[in-house]
Write a protein that binds this ligand. Structure first.
Ligand code: NAP
Length: 291
């Protein structure tokens, strides 16, 4: 049976890091603070916002919710982002996406200062992930995968990492972060021929396809580390991932469960990014990508 890579263990270590940054800032009279910008009342957004606020507060990070009706104008939303850019009390901004169709998401995200972009929503932050020397932060989910590998001492150097999924928010940045850890990286997508043949050759397999149970016994081999980014509500109403856990866990060496794996680390990474953004502002820098 595979070793379980548990989010709660990674969180304990991350919480130490966050609390020590928050304590340092509080000594200087600064409360590291996140602003969550929400447009409309989508149940997914409401539930994420509630969970994130609770986690921030537990970790000594302030959290303010800024809410607009679903029919807010582009101008009004852009003005709010610019106001948050100027607000010295706010160190990180997270805009819940997708935005309603009448809004130009790229334009709104682009208005955010990269220094306050704690989840790589701006092109400047994403550029930093690819070049390794930009401003801003890596996307929290991709970073959460790296935190799990680091915490469990899984060395990527010279290993073959296979990422299933090439979205801009998970697959591509995760591939870049693995490359920075000196893995040899293959990225798979819907046009990949014989996915199972590729994934079986991985040392580290990161599943971010957004398809429940797409990684089965035929996709894995003994000794692999499997990181499951997927989050879905299964037919039985329970949470499940992109990996068929029951089929895969008896074969591989280590695996993240769903729930209790990547998803549970993502919000802690968000809190860490807010604390780090505040520290950078306090120290008057802001030119290094934090990964
Ligand atoms: P996405 O934008 O839908 O992208 C999915 C990617 O997977 C695409 O690149 C797609 O390829 C590829 N793909 C889909 N089906 C495939 C298949 N059968 N074989 C090979 N590749 C396939 O999804 P996302 O936003 O990256 O999210 C991925 C998963 O992560 C979702 O389950 C989401 O819920 C989860 N997620 C988790 C967290 C967290 O905190 N844990 C955060 C964000 C997202 P093409 O490019 O060819 O279409």
């Amino acid at each position: 049976m595979a070793k379980l890579l548990l989010g709660k263990e990674v969180n304990l270590a991350l919480q130490e890091r966050i609390r020590s940054k928050a304590a340092l800032l509080q000594g200087a009279g600064i409360l590291p603070t996140l602003a969550i910008l929400r447009v409309g009342e989508r149940p997914d957004d409401l539930s994420y916002e509630k969970g994130a606020k609770k986690r921030m507060e537990t970790l000594g990070i302030g959290c303010e919710n800024i809410v607009f009706p679903a029919d807010v104008s582009q101008e009004k939303l852009m003005a709010a982002v610019e106001e948050l850019n100027r607000d010295e009390r706010i160190h990180g901004v997270l805009m819940l996406r997708p935005l309603p169709g009448h809004l130009d998401e790229r334009l709104v995200c682009g208005a955010l200062l990269p220094e306050k972009d704690v989840d790589a929503q701006t092109d400047a932050s994403l550029t930093g992930v690819f070049t390794g020397n930009g401003v801003g932060f890596a996307p929290c989910t991709a970073q959460a995968c790296m935190e799990i590998l680091d915490h469990y001492g899984i060395d990527c150097t010279g290993r073959h990492a296979v990422v299933v999924g090439r979205s801009l928010i998970v697959g591509k940045p995760a591939a870049m972060l693995l490359l920075q850890k000196n893995a040899t990286v293959t990225v798979c997508h819907t046009r990949t021929a014989d996915l199972a043949a590729v994934t079986r050759r991985a040392d580290i397999l990161l599943a971010a396809a957004g398809r429940p149970g797409i990684i089965g016994a035929e996709h894995v081999s003994a000794g692999q580390t499997v990181i499951d980014v997927g989050i879905h509500v299964g037919a039985d109403g329970k949470l499940c991932g992109d990996v068929d856990f029951d089929a895969v866990s008896p074969i591989v060496g280590a695996i993240t469960p769903v729930p209790g794996g990547v998803g549970s680390v993502t919000t802690s990474v968000l809190a860490d990014h807010v604390a780090e953004a505040a520290l950078r502002m306090y120290r008057g820098r802001g030119s290094l990508i934090y990964m």
